[in-house]
Design a protein. Structure first.
Length: 87
């Protein structure tokens, strides 16, 4: 008769270990997401500051600046997607 209660205790202990493990992983994921966010914020500010150049430049230079901004925007988009997956 003690065997079923031991089984239940084992199940509860296993669940507690799994819960604790997930809690640690969640905390680390949040920290990783925050670090990624801060790096992306710097890139965002750089992108925003360069946007004014596109309007001011003409011809080939504007095209090159625009292409560089599109690459930076793609990098930001991928970074935001990584953060969303971490949360």
């Amino acid at each position: 008769m003690t065997e079923p209660s031991l089984d239940l205790r084992t199940v509860v202990d296993d669940l507690k270990r799994e819960r604790d493990h997930i809690r640690v992983r969640l905390h680390l994921a949040k920290a990783e997401a925050k670090d990624e966010w801060e790096a992306l914020e710097h890139k965002w500010e750089h992108l925003r500051s360069k946007m004014g150049l596109v309007g001011d430049e003409a011809g080939k230079a504007a095209h090159e600046v625009g292409a560089a901004l599109r690459l930076a925007a793609d990098e930001l988009r991928r970074g935001y997607e990584r953060i969303a997956r971490l949360l």
